[in-house]
Write a protein that binds this ligand. Structure first.
Ligand SMILES: C[S@@+](CC[C@H](N)C(=O)[O-])C[C@H]1O[C@@H](n2cnc3c(N)ncnc32)[C@H](O)[C@@H]1O
Length: 255
């Protein structure tokens, strides 16, 4: 009975989110289109658009002009550049990098983002962001959770490392802000250890982890679902890039 109530609660939240998202989509669609079509984007980034559907993803997460957004473990900046375009001159993007990022990569990223005018490049551990409390509207962690959700010493329980990363996202988010996570999907029921080997995460485990730390699952999307992925293999070996099922989750921080 308790489980049913929880499921219904999540359904109501989901309905509310979709309604909000569609309203945003109607009034700001051109912002997403403009960001994806920006001639300043690299050919390398553009080549990944068909499988990553960035315009629809940014629309799903309700990113708007003027927002402050953390692109956590931003990598080559695939999303950073489009986010910069969407939030515009009144917004701010933190392009976060882990401490192990080579210096030459940091230099190249600094040069790439400087002309954009609204991107702050940061480097720190994921659990120790150089960002003020309650100051950002969105935190995005895309294709990184598989590095976090399993730590060998913690076995099949949520690791202290994962708890620290989630707590950090919650610290920097404004009340009601959204933590967006996307990851290659592992088959339902897969263990943390197996899915770690496959560079994937099963949906039910991330939901359990995030909700146990005070976030609410506000919405999910099947925008990045594809056919034919068995979801029980190292995707580098059994699938081509862009041909995995990826889950897309939005978690809301408490108001
Ligand atoms: C698939 S990219 C994702 C980058 C970016 N979030 C995006 O969506 O384009 C992989 C990134 O994972 C980072 N990475 C590799 N090992 C990691 C680890 N153990 N913990 C966190 N990040 C790691 C790499 O530095 C690289 O930037």
């Amino acid at each position: 009975m308790k489980k049913l109530v929880v499921v219904l609660g999540a359904g109501a939240l989901l309905a509310g989110w979709i309604f909000m998202s569609q309203e945003t989509a109607t009034s700001h669609y051109t912002v997403y289109e403009q960001a994806v079509n920006d001639p300043g984007r690299s050919d390398e980034d553009r080549a990944r658009d068909e499988s990553r559907k960035p315009g629809q993803i940014l629309e799903f997460y309700g990113v708007e002009p003027g927002m402050t957004v953390v692109d956590m473990v931003s990598g080559g900046g695939y999303y950073t550049v489009m986010l910069s375009n969407v939030v515009g001159p009144d917004g701010l993007i933190y392009a976060h990098n882990t401490t192990g990022t080579p210096e030459e990569d940091m230099t190249a990223r600094a040069e790439r983002y400087e002309p954009l005018g609204n991107v702050t490049l940061t480097q720190s551990d994921m659990w120790s962001l150089d960002i003020a409390d309650d100051s950002v509207d969105r935190v995005f962690l895309f294709l990184i959770w598989h590095h976090v959700h399993f730590q060998p010493d913690d076995g099949e329980r949520m690791s202290d490392y994962a708890k620290a990363v989630v707590a950090e996202a919650r610290r920097v988010l404004k009340p009601g802000g959204v933590f967006g996570i996307i990851e290659h999907r592992a088959a339902t029921g897969s263990s943390r250890a197996d899915s770690n080997d496959w560079h994937r995460v099963p949906e039910e485990l991330v939901i359990e982890d995030l909700t146990s730390q005070g976030f609410e699952l506000a919405a999910t999307s099947d925008l990045l679902a594809v056919d034919g992925d068995p979801m029980n293999c190292d995707w580098h070996e059994c699938r081509e890039r862009g041909e995995t099922v990826r889950w897309v989750h939005a978690y809301k921080s408490p108001d």
